[in-house]
Design a protein around this ligand. Structure first.
Ligand code: SAH
Ligand code: SF4
Ligand code: F3S
Length: 483
């Protein structure tokens, strides 16, 4: 379920229960769905599995729309597919290891069905380019994140025995005109991609190399997509980008620019019944404007994912995060001041290059200072080509990384429990999303603060807003009853 050597089941548990946009909580899932068949069926079926962050899950919905327009039908059984696609992640070594294992598995299947084409999409495709096709010969098609429009053509070429690769990155592509096919349709919540790429150069991170330059999508196309979702009965949208606070789109006709705060407002105004979330915020770019917009609209959820990565200013400098500990804590103070009920979650990396015991202690102390509702916690994994790989040795021994990560996890577990316990006896407005995993008699849905709550279904349906009194909790979830 998870992608790091040192991560434990506890983290995986947490990630499963707390549905957080730019996370990895549904790795490789082939989703249950009912999707209308293509207008003119070309006789071929595709199957798609997604790995990595929500951007990838969102991209898979664009890929589905592109293939559907070419007449492909979707199947949830890879054994009957003509085209098997893996939309891949390269963020840590473990993420790529999992995909390699899956590819070996698919190549066994291909021995029985030589006509089947295996396509690698996404960040690992972009990072390894032709390697898996030419040297290892374990895929037939390789397509990077900006080249999905080319996929039908490449599939045709590959079926004629040609090498089919397109890993060109683009400065313009945002797929703004493509209406995604909702693969993970619960009919209630959906993701909308508002930008692509990343212009930050965090030294540990492969994303700028796999996703290219940052570009913002046409604001009107975003509003139109949200509007369409509202018309179809959806109740929540999550606006996605690696760094949403640097969203900026200029209207070519009026030359007016739309900032993230303005975009947020445009979406919030569509319907008071539509919840609006977003991810990810960057501590260097999040503005008070965004916080005031969140405060102004009840339907913009009180939840911010603000990755800290490390608590020591020295480590942050080596990470090239461009903020220090004091700056980060000031942002937290601004959030608490403007949005007193806002939940805050984070990402933490343990054992980055050169991290000393004292620097690690600063990560624990910043966690103590903020007491995050939730965190994604990782051991540093060196990625070839990144600034850190070129500049700093990966010198924290694995067992030390692991111990530090365990300390971080243990502390976060305390805080998650504490934060959940603080909600006991309170009533929250929950948007019911789906039946709970354990029982069809129960529904689950999230609070405004993004905490998952399980409650007896009664007469309620997914999509209903219900008031739930919290009666019990663990560190990963809360239970209650409708009042
Ligand atoms: N754009 C987001 C993060 C995207 S990647 C942001 O800037 O916050 C998600 C998380 O993966 C990062 O926040 C970081 O904590 C983790 N991560 C990225 N590269 C990593 C690496 N090389 N090793 C370990 N964790 C990494
Ligand atoms: Fe990676 Fe940093 Fe960009 Fe996030 S902001 S995607 S961590 S480079
Ligand atoms: Fe996302 Fe993984 Fe790419 S986290 S942006 S799919 S490297």
């Amino acid at each position: 379920m998870h992608t790091n050597t040192y991560e434990t089941d506890i983290v995986a548990e947490l990630q499963l229960h707390r549905h957080q946009p730019l996370s990895e909580d549904r790795q490789g899932e082939a989703l249950d769905l009912e999707i209308a068949p293509p207008a003119i069926f070309n006789g071929k079926y595709y199957y798609i599995e997604s790995y990595g962050c929500q951007m990838n899950f969102s991209d898979s919905e664009i890929v589905a729309a592109i293939l559907q327009a070419e007449g492909y039908g979707i199947t949830r059984n890879c054994e009957e597919a003509d085209l098997v696609l893996l939309n891949t992640c390269a963020i840590r070594e473990k993420a790529e290891d999992r995909i390699r294992a899956r590819l070996r598995n698919l190549n066994n299947l291909k021995k029985q069905r030589p006509d089947m084409l295996i396509g690698l999409l996404g960040c690992m495709a972009e990072r390894l380019k032709k390697n898996l096709l030419e040297q290892e010969r374990i895929v037939d098609i390789v397509v990077g994140p900006d080249a999905y429009r080319d996929l039908p053509k490449l599939a045709l070429e590959a079926s004629g025995g040609q090498k089919a690769v397109n890993v060109l990155l683009s400065r313009e592509e945002t797929y703004a005109d493509i209406s995604p096919i909702r693969l993970d349709a619960n009919g209630v919540t959906a993701f909308i991609s508002i930008m692509r790429g990343c212009d930050n150069m965090c030294s540990f991170c492969v994303v700028p190399f796999t996703r290219g330059r940052e570009r913002s999508r046409n604001a009107f196309s975003i509003v139109a997509e949200a509007q369409d979702l509202v018309a179809r009965g959806y109740k929540e949208v999550t606006l996605l980008g690696q760094n949403v606070d640097s969203y900026k789109w200029q209207n070519p006709e009026t030359e007016q620019t739309v900032t993230f705060a303005q975009l947020l407002e445009m979406i919030a105004l569509l319907s008071p019944d539509l919840r609006v979330r977003f991810s990810t915020s960057h501590p260097k770019d999040i503005t008070d404007d965004v916080l005031y917009t969140m405060a102004k609209y009840d339907n913009v959820c009180n939840y911010i994912h603000l990755p800290v990565q490390a608590g020591s200013s020295e480590v942050l400098k080596r990470m090239n995060r461009t903020y220090d500990r004091a700056w980060y804590l000031e942002k937290i103070a601004a959030i608490r001041r403007i949005l007193p009920n806002c939940a805050i979650s984070t990402d933490v990396i343990a054992g980055f290059c050169g991290e000393t015991e004292a620097e690690h202690a600063e990560t624990l102390s910043i966690m103590e200072a903020v007491k995050y509702e939730m965190a994604y916690m990782f051991a540093y994994s060196e990625r070839p080509g990144t600034l850190a790989a070129r500049r700093y040795p990966d010198d924290v021994p694995p067992e030390v990384k692991n111990r530090r990560l365990q300390e971080i996890i243990a502390l976060q577990n305390e805080h998650s429990l504490l934060r959940n316990q603080a909600d006991l006896g309170k009533v929250f407005r929950i948007l019911a999303e789906k039946p709970s995993k354990r029982s069809d008699e129960d529904l689950c849905g999230r609070t405004d603060q993004n905490k998952m709550v399980i409650f007896p279904r009664g007469n309620h349906q997914p999509g209903d807003y219900v008031n739930v009194l919290i009666e019990s909790c663990t560190l990963a979830s809360m239970k209650g009853r409708v009042v």
